[in-house]
Design a protein around this ligand. Structure first.
Ligand code: ADP
Ligand code: MG
Length: 260
C-alpha cells in the first residue's frame, strides 16, 4: 500500500471545549506539520482525549477552529471526515463473532470501498502484512488473539481506508511492557512507511520521547510545553514537562546503577 499524498497538516486555532462550567480544553492554538508524529502527554484529565476527538468531530468545540490541511473540519460531514482519519484507542473492540478479515473489512465498508470480496481479501492480506501479522490470521477469531495482536488488527482496520491522518488515544494502554514497546516500534515504522501524520495520546513520557518527533504536554486544558524529545530531555520544556521527564530519567539512572 502506498499513500498518494503525505499526511495532512492539522491546526487548532484558539480551540476551547467547555462542559458546563468546566473547561476541558482551554484556548489551544497549535499547528502540526504534515507527516509529523506528535505525542500528546499529560496527566489524567488534562484534556488530551478531548483535544484529539475535536479533530474527527467526536467532540465539537465550544469555540475556535480545527483544520485539516486547509479545510475546516466542520465543512465535512462527520462520516466523510472519518474516512480520512484513522482512529485507534485502548481496547479497540473487535467484533467477537467476526473473524479478523471481517473485522478489518468493516473498516473498508465504513469507508464505502466498492471492491468485491476478492479485492477486499487482497486488501486484508496487505493490511495484515502492514501490521506484521501473518496472512493466516485472517481466519482467526478475536478470542484466539493476544491483546497485542488484537490491537494490531485494530490498527489494520483503522488503516483500511488509507487515511492520511492517524489519531491514537492510549493505543497501548492495556498491554504489557514488551508488547507495548514492540507495537510502538511498529506504529512508528508504519507512520514513516506510509507518510502519515500521527497524533498519539499517551500518559507515558518515555514512550512519547522514544517514538515522537514532537511532544506536546497538556496541563488543565492547555499546552504547557511543545518541544522535540531532545529539547525536553535537555530541560527546555519547563516545570510540568520536567516533572514528567524526571520519571523515566530516574528509572534509567537506577537501572544503570544496577548494571555497574
Ligand atoms: P485526558 O484524556 O487527558 O485524561 P479528557 O480529555 O478525557 O482528559 O478530559 C478532560 C476533562 O474534561 C476532564 O476533567 C474530564 O472529566 C472532562 N470531560 C471529558 N469528557 C467529558 C464529558 N463528556 N462530559 C463532561 N466532562 C467531560
Ligand atoms: Mg484520555
Amino acid at each position: 500500500m502506498s499513500q498518494d499524498s503525505p499526511g495532512p497538516a492539522v491546526a487548532f486555532a484558539d480551540v476551547t471545549k467547555r462542559y458546563g462550567d468546566a473547561v476541558a480544553v482551554d484556548a489551544v492554538s497549535v499547528a502540526i506539520a504534515p507527516g509529523s508524529f506528535v505525542a500528546l502527554v499529560g496527566s489524567s484529565g488534562s484534556g488530551k482525549s478531548t483535544l484529539l476527538k475535536m479533530i474527527n468531530r467526536l467532540v465539537e468545540p465550544s469555540g475556535g477552529r480545527v483544520t485539516i490541511g486547509d479545510e475546516d473540519v466542520t465543512q465535512a460531514e462527520p462520516y466523510l471526515l472519518r474516512r480520512r482519519i484513522g482512529y485507534v484507542f485502548q481496547n479497540i473492540g473487535l467484533f467477537p463473532h467476526m473473524n479478523v478479515a471481517e473485522n478489518i473489512a468493516i473498516g473498508l465498508r465504513i469507508a464505502g470501498d466498492a471492491s468485491g470480496a476478492d479485492g477486499a481479501s487482497a486488501r486484508v492480506t496487505e493490511l495484515l502484512e502492514l501490521v506484521d501479522l501473518p496472512a493466516a490470521f485472517a481466519r482467526r477469531m478475536p478470542g484466539e488473539l493476544s491483546g497485542g495482536q488484537r490491537q494490531r488488527v485494530g490498527v489494520a482496520r483503522a488503516l483500511a481506508p488509507a487515511p492520511g491522518l492517524m489519531l491514537m488515544d492510549e493505543p497501548f494502554g492495556a498491554l504489557d511492557p514488551v508488547t507495548r514497546d514492540q507495537l510502538g516500534t511498529s506504529i512508528r515504522a508504519l507512520h514513516d512507511r506510509l507518510g502519515l501524520t500521527t497524533i498519539m495520546v499517551t500518559h507515558d513520557m518515555a514512550e512519547a520521547l522514544l517514538i515522537a518527533d514532537r511532544v506536546l504536554v497538556m496541563e488543565r486544558g492547555r499546552i504547557v510545553a511543545d518541544e522535540t524529545p531532545r529539547d525536553l530531555i535537555a530541560g527546555k520544556g519547563g516545570a510540568a514537562a520536567d516533572a514528567l521527564v524526571a520519571v523515566p530519567r530516574e528509572q534509567s539512572r537506577r537501572l544503570r546503577d544496577l548494571e555497574s
